[in-house]
Structure formats: structure tokens, C-alpha cells
Design a protein around this ligand. Structure first.
Ligand code: FE2
Ligand code: FE2
Length: 275
């Protein structure tokens, strides 16, 4: 098996057996030619632990942890002592902005949604690699670094950070995982705050694939108007053979994709495989 991606945390869960858990968040285990990468760790760590155990996936065998960005629904699992124990000592790769204090306007109130550990705490627990530049940490596995903005819409509404005062957060820390395969490139996104079309263009620039096999993960289209979602989806259709909207992609793009043979179900416990 060249590539297997298993969703361990997502807000869509539709399996009957085994009885898996969902939550607002995202995490996926990427297995690529014998290397195991945990991409994000979910919100609480509880579904990641529970689902990995029921799916027979041993998280102590993970080689790398990649964090897509600082938001708690992708990094909160690091605050779960049981998950931390399984991941302790591993290499964690992220953009340096992952430690910014992040805020979300939630029902008119600013809530802290930062990563649960400080940089100093993370340095004690892990081998930490922070980079804004793309990093091919294993042959064929590329951490995007900072996603270049090409003018396609990005999704940062309602998001703030503390930098002296409270300022609009442009989510420079939003990174993706690009995977080179014999069947084209695969992009795995966290929230996709950089904008999924910017991410696709960034992937093309950094990886120069002959084709794009799949774009999987959060596209953050959950609060975009219908026309916009339809436009982004039809552009994506031209770019990628398979499309797997997860997490904050929103129901509309999920249902648009479901009606096409490109659809990849990225709910909890689902897998994407290339042989
Ligand atoms: Fe998210
Ligand atoms: Fe996010």
C-alpha cells in the first residue's frame, strides 16, 4: 500500500461498527510507504485515542506529528495527558505562528482557541521543528510551510490573534501536508484557512505534480454564500481527481461532492487508499 489515510477525528461520524466518536475538530493518520504521520490531533484527544484503539492503530508507532495550524480543534489533543504520553518524544512539525494566541468571535464573545501547550512546554515534550518554508521531511512527504496567497479567497472571518492588542488573524500559520505519489499529489488540509484554491496553487508550485489525485480535509466553506461555494467547488473539480471535504468544509460542498464520482468520504473512521 503506497498511501493510507484514516480519519481519527472529525465532526462527521457515520459508522455503525465499530462505534467511533466524533467531535468538532480534525485529525488523520497518514501511512505512507511505512512512515506514519499524525496530521493534527483533534480537539480533545478523546476521539483520536478511542478511534485509533478501535481501528487497531497504535499511536505510539507514529513517526511524525504535523500540526496544520494553532487552532484548538486541531491541536487540543496535545493537552490530553493520555495522548501526550503516546506521542511524547516525537518530531512535531508546524509553522512558527502555531503558538500565537488565537481568538474566535463566538456568539459575540472572543474566546481563546490557542494551542494548549506553550512553545517551552512543547520543546520539553517533543522534538519541535518550526518552519515557514516547505519541508520534505521524508521523501515524498512535504510540509507546505506558509501557504502562498495567490488572490483566491481565504477564510479568516471572525478570527483574531493577540499581537500587542487584538488584531485580525490572517492565519499565516495555516499549513497543509503535500504527498507525492505515483498517481499524482495528494493535499491534506486542516481548516484550509489559507483558502483551498490558494492551497492547490501552492501545492502545484512547491511539488510540481503531473496531476492532483486528491484534496482532502477542511476547506472552511461552512459560512460562505452558496454561489461562492459552488464556484470554489467547480474550480476544484478541474484541479483534482478526488475531493474529500471534511471538518469545517460545510454541508453544501460536501453534498455537491457527494453527487460526483470524485467524492471521498472523510468522516471518522473512513480511509483513503492508493495502492
Ligand atoms: Fe478547524
Ligand atoms: Fe481553524
Amino acid at each position: 500500500m503506497e498511501l493510507k489515510i484514516t480519519v481519527l477525528s472529525d465532526n462527521f461520524s457515520s459508522t455503525v461498527i465499530p462505534p467511533l466518536l466524533g467531535e468538532w475538530g480534525f485529525s488523520a493518520l497518514v501511512e505512507y510507504q511505512g512512515v506514519k504521520v499524525l496530521f493534527d490531533v483533534g480537539n480533545s484527544g478523546i476521539p483520536v485515542l478511542h478511534n485509533a484503539s478501535l481501528l487497531g492503530l497504535d499511536l505510539t508507532q507514529v513517526d511524525y506529528v504535523v500540526l496544520s495550524h494553532g487552532h484548538r480543534d486541531h491541536t487540543g489533543g496535545l493537552g490530553n495527558p493520555k495522548l501526550l504520553k503516546k506521542l511524547r518524544g516525537k518530531m512535531v512539525i508546524a509553522h512558527p505562528g502555531v503558538f500565537e494566541r488565537k481568538l474566535l468571535n463566538w456568539s459575540g464573545k472572543l474566546q481563546d482557541i490557542s494551542i494548549p501547550l506553550t512553545r517551552e512546554e512543547m520543546e520539553k515534550e517533543f522534538s519541535l521543528v518550526l518552519t515557514k518554508s516547505p519541508l520534505e521531511f521524508v521523501d515524498g512527504l512535504v510540509f507546505s510551510g506558509e501557504v502562498k496567497r495567490f488572490g483566491f479567497p481565504q477564510y479568516t472571518g471572525g478570527l483574531f490573534r493577540i499581537d500587542g492588542g487584538v488584531t485580525q488573524d490572517n492565519m499565516e500559520d495555516d499549513a497543509s501536508l503535500y504527498i507525492k505519489t505515483g498517481q499524482g499529489a495528494v493535499a491534506v488540509t486542516g481548516c484550509g484557512h489559507a483558502g483551498v484554491l490558494n492551497i492547490v496553487r501552492d501545492l502545484k508550485e512547491k511539488v510540481k505534480p503531473e496531476e492532483i489525485q486528491a484534496v482532502l480535509g477542511g476547506f472552511h466553506l461552512l459560512s460562505s454564500p452558496r454561489e461562492h461555494v459552488e464556484e470554489v467547488f467547480s474550480s476544484l473539480l478541474k484541479e483534482s481527481k478526488r475531493i474529500g471535504p471534511a471538518h469545517c468544509s460545510g454541508n453544501l460542498v460536501k453534498s455537491l461532492a457527494q453527487n460526483q464520482k470524485v467524492f471521498v468520504d472523510m468522516g471518522v473512521g473512513k480511509t483513503f487508499k492508493l495502492t
